[in-house]
Design a protein around this ligand. Structure first.
Ligand code: FDP
Length: 307
């Protein structure tokens, strides 16, 4: 859809500024979402001058960018001061922060794909809002979403089985599309991990996907950017189990569950290779899981291939 598309302009007229003020009588879930949406412009601006490495590693042993640490502190401060937030947990810190007020439990990847900072490519913020203390399974999610720092800043948000996409400009949130579903005909695919480390069954499946002339490779190295393309065009994204990393790379609480919840709400499927990601029982806050998300038929075939 082009920027001058009349349908899109009609959508804007219908709902020009639905962005609620955080704290203004919202339930805790909407308060968390409003706070993250309003922080997005500031986070984007704050990336300038914070593209270097911090002198620290995150709990998964990855060197953090200065921006990772900064965005985590900003979101921790804001989200733990919301009434009803019982916990704040992040990919960038080992311990959970207690908010005291136990209604919802928030897990965040403050900057997903922050390796892309160096080359100035796409990245995002991912959030999951759970109704159980963390670590919790994806079945305990009540909402999830992501901010995408692309040419413009957008937010995809799922709650109650419905997905909405917004454009975020400064403090404003504008609906672009409601009741989003994955397009029926899958177009794009992107698979993470080094190819020599893929298992044979997964490699065979990839060859099958690639051999379809209707499919195109799209891989940008930030999960959020790659998954957002699947939401937009249909297709599949995976960061699979690897020979040297049986649980893949992505973190269950902060990345896999929120993505799976949103893609399933959009009519797609998620899988760890044999079951919905949302069914995976966590044993630790920083657990990893192999992630495969996309059009249901492609995930069905993937599970057959890996069986
Ligand atoms: P990053 O390390 O830059 O934060 O979870 C992290 C992630 O990026 C994902 O966004 C991305 O899909 C993946 O790692 C990329 O990993 P590879 O470098 O192994 O492709």
């Amino acid at each position: 859809m082009s920027a001058t598309d009349p349908d899109r302009d009609r959508d804007r007229d219908r709902d020009p500024d639905p962005d609620p003020e955080p704290g203004s009588g919202l339930d805790p879930v909407e308060n968390v979402v409003a706070t993250i949406a309003r922080s997005a412009a500031e986070i984007r601006q704050g990336l300038v001058g914070r593209r270097g490495k911090a002198d620290e590693e995150n709990p998964s042993g990855e060197v953090q960018a200065e921006a990772d640490v900064w965005a985590d502190e900003l979101l921790a401060d804001r989200l733990t001061s919301i009434d009803g937030v019982g916990q704040y947990a992040s990919e960038e810190r080992s311990e959970i922060i207690d908010g005291g007020d136990e209604q919802v439990y928030v897990a965040v990847d403050p900057l997903d794909g922050s390796s892309n900072l160096q080359s100035n490519n796409t990245m995002g913020t991912v959030f999951g809002i759970y109704e159980e203390p963390l670590p919790a399974p994806g079945t305990a999610l009540v909402a999830s979403g992501w901010i995408l720092y692309g040419p413009i800043t957008t937010m995809a948000y799922a709650r109650d089985g419905s997905v909405t996409k917004y454009e975020l400009t400064g403090g404003e949130r504008t609906v672009v599309e409601e009741e989003i579903t994955l397009p029926d005909d899958p177009l794009v695919y992107g698979f993470g991990g080094r190819v020599p480390h893929w298992h044979d069954e997964f490699r065979t499946y990839v060859r099958e996907i690639e051999s379809n002339p209707d499919h195109k490779l799209r891989y940008g190295g930030a999960m959020i950017g790659d998954v957002n393309q699947v939401l937009t065009y249909g297709g599949i994204f995976a960061y699979p189990a690897l020979e040297d990393s049986p649980r893949g790379k992505l973190r269950l609480q902060f990345e896999c569950n929120p993505i799976a919840y949103l893609i399933e709400a959009a009519g797609g499927r998620s899988s760890d290779g044999s079951q919905s990601i949302l069914e995976v029982e966590p044993t630790d806050l920083h657990d990893r899981a192999p992630l495969h998300v996309g059009n249901a038929e492609l995930i069905d075939r993937l599970e057959d291939a890996l069986a």
